[in-house]
Design a protein around this ligand. Structure first.
Ligand code: 13P
Ligand code: ZN
Length: 270
């Protein structure tokens, strides 16, 4: 058995969470991440029969039965993850049609996984149904996307089109656009169900007055996705109150589609 702290998935998780904190996206315990792991990968570091605890989830995701996740703990600070990985993270196996999670490693102070576990697991199930390569669900509170939800129309087409116009890279990185949920109580099954539904048509889901969820094939790609949308929002918040003299037109966006071989969300371009 190899030492857990040498596992590449754990090292990468710590590196990404630390970077997210450094970007100001994860104040205090803000944000949470879940990374789906391959059983064969986990087996190198853990005895898969040694379950330390069984934790009820309060929802069902039968699609995820038997799947393994590295997940952040509730109330844990991203900034502290690097100093105490086992206290801030856990590795769980989903069992009993998603109604429970078996803890195999971590959450060493007796804590539980993130309060947003419903949104994470339901979003994994939703993303896997449209992209079998999806492995990551990531949540954080980036300043500019959050600010934008207070001053911009929350209509998904309008929100997306504004971001696409704020930086040339946006449509290339997220051609399917950004989905948006109105303000809802967080940490509930209801917001999990609503987010997962939105995740079927886009990898980014904004939670108004709260933050954003991103999903993707790996941690780096998902971080980059959120980073690009947040950069678009940063430009928007810098210029929203100024007279705009130049912009990226729909014609320009069509040119980008062609050059980078991406297809903008149906009906989002004129
Ligand atoms: P947790 O500490 O439970 O992960 O909650 C943080 C958060 O961002 C809630 O949306
Ligand atoms: Zn949050």
């Amino acid at each position: 058995m190899r030492p857990m702290l040498s596992a590449p998935f754990l090292v990468e998780m710590i590196r990404i969470a630390t970077n997210m904190y450094d970007h100001g996206w994860d104040e205090r315990n803000g944000g949470n991440i879940s990374l789906m792991l391959d059983e064969d990968e986990v087996r190198n570091y853990l005895d898969l029969t040694a379950v330390t605890r069984r934790i009820s989830t309060g929802f069902e995701t039968p699609e995820l039965d038997g799947k393994y996740f590295l997940v952040t703990g509730t109330g844990k600070y991203f900034k502290n993850m690097q100093y105490d990985p086992a206290g801030n993270l856990g590795i769980v196996r989903i069992v009993d049609r998603g109604r429970a999670a078996e803890l195999l490693w971590g959450l060493s102070d007796g804590g539980s996984f993130t309060s947003e576990f419903p949104t994470h697991m339901m979003s994994h199930a939703a993303r896997l149904s449209v992209d079998p390569e999806n492995r990551v669900v990531m949540h954080c509170h980036p300043q500019n996307l959050l600010s934008m939800t207070y001053v911009h129309d929350l209509d998904e087409r309008e929100f997306t089109r504004t971001l696409w116009r704020m930086s040339t890279e946006c449509i290339v990185v997220f051609p399917e656009g950004v989905n948006v949920l109105p303000w809802m109580v967080c940490g509930t099954n209801e917001i999990g169900i609503a987010t997962a539904e939105k995740m079927k048509t886009a990898r980014l889901v904004v939670w108004a007055a709260h933050g954003i969820y991103g999903s993707g094939k790996n941690l780096d790609e998902t971080f980059g996705l959120i980073e690009t949308a947040e950069k678009g929002a940063l430009i928007y918040m810098k210029i929203a109150h100024l007279p705009v003299l130049n912009t990226i037109t729909d014609e320009n966006l069509h040119q980008l589609e062609k050059r980078f071989n991406v297809k903008a969300r149906e009906g989002y371009l004129d």
